[in-house]
Write a protein that binds this ligand. Structure first.
Ligand code: ZN
Length: 242
């Protein structure tokens, strides 16, 4: 059974209720979730599942289920801390994500979208943690100037425009290959449609991650370092300034 991904429609949900679908050594599957499963360079959420008794099941990571390993199709695995109690199938639970951690990831993730419009080059990789994030570009090192990237990214962030989620068909995406900047991450497809993040007049690209609703929430970024990771990978690492 597919897990309903509540964060797709509302990335700001901090608590929700759900029912247990399956429990096994690889994780806990629920009918719906606010926990983001690792993907697209964004780490899986951590948090807790609360039982009616008040008992906490601490969740240390979230991954997409793997049907090849016996998990449900399009299901999400909530991975309990070692020794955490296991819930019963059918049991109702209250879900609670580690919100400060997720919100930092949402701000950094959205900042990467903005930065990808300042550095005009194919993106060959990307990753983020709650305290820093990076994109790799296929570009000449001499074209990467930390001061310029920082200034121009922060100037775009200061526009304070709202972000929008839009969906297009697979066929529309295939007809507009220029939308796919990230060569290392396949767009999140499913049921014939693709999810895009639009930052009006700044960016439009396929993405299944969680983003802030207005880029002003990012605040500002700092370029931590720029270094070469190979001929086609010049890495720009950033953090939030506050
Ligand atoms: Zn994104």
């Amino acid at each position: 059974m597919a897990t309903s991904l509540l964060f797709r429609d509302d990335a700001y949900l901090k608590r929700a209720s759900a029912r247990v679908i399956a429990v096994h050594e690889r994780g806990i599957e629920l009918d719906r979730t606010i926990f983001y499963p690792q993907g697209g360079g964004q780490p899986g959420d951590s948090g807790a599942l609360l039982r009616a008794s008040g008992e906490r099941i601490s969740i240390i990571d979230t991954r997409m289920a793997d049907p090849a390993k016996g998990d449900g199709v399009d299901s999400v695995l909530h991975i309990g801390a070692p020794g955490a109690p296991a819930p019963e199938v059918g049991e109702p639970l209250t879900l609670e994500i580690d919100w400060p951690r997720r919100y930092a990831l949402m701000r950094l993730h959205t900042a990467l979208h903005v930065m990808s419009c300042v550095v005009v080059a194919p993106v060959t990789g990307g990753n983020m943690s709650p305290d820093k994030a990076r994109l790799d570009f296929d570009i000449d090192m001499s074209l990467l100037d930390a001061g310029r990237i920082e200034r121009e990214t922060n100037a775009l962030i200061a526009r304070g425009v709202p972000t929008e989620t839009v969906w297009i068909s697979d066929a529309e995406l295939d007809a507009r290959p220029e939308l796919v900047k990230t060569m290392s991450v396949q767009p999140p497809r499913g049921a014939g449609r693709v999810r895009l993040l639009r930052i009006p007049d700044i960016d439009l690209q396929p993405c299944g991650g969680t983003h802030v609703s207005n880029i002003g929430e990012i605040g500002a970024i700092r370029v931590l370092r720029i270094r070469s990771e190979g001929k086609h990978n010049k890495r720009v690492e950033i953090s939030l300034t506050g």
